[in-house]
Design a protein. Sequence first.
Length: 199
Amino acid sequence: MKVAIGARVMEVRALFADLFNDMTLVTEAPPFDLLLEDEQEFSAGTLHFKTLFTPGHTPACVSYWIGDAAFVGDLVMMPDLGSGRCDFPGADPEAMYESIGVCLFALPDTTRLFVGHDYPPETRDMDCETSVLEIKRKNRMINADTEYETFLARRRERDRELAFPELMWASVQVNLNAGQLPKPEANGISYLRIPISKA
């Protein structure tokens, strides 16, 4: 199986190389088979995809558009939840506004959107699918009528309320290596690093 990812993952690897004191993230070739550029098309079996750079949650975020559907990761969530957070290293709410308001909203209104996460309130079941039109009309964080400064204020306020994800440090180290554990050290053991202070 081959692993493809947005080419800007190299920026994220550089961001975390310093934090994890792991320069191999920038000095060694990444373990991905294909680094995708914005609007690059590719196939998986009989399916044909178009890559859309949609940064904001991280610099490397991409969406994959296929037929009448797009897989948007953490760009937007279900309309009652809003958008992905923008408080990780390299995250940028200004870029997220452009990714949603320009890129996502340029897709046909009928495009089905598959989100990366859902944290439903007790009033509804878990879901993974919405649409461009539903986001434009009902998204609580950013919809077709949301002005730039309003979104930035909402996103920053919400990010201040969010707890740091429990498995963030472990997951980032594995994700940046295409799902592989870090290389074993001299004693033959692989380690995940947890930064406990910042210089």
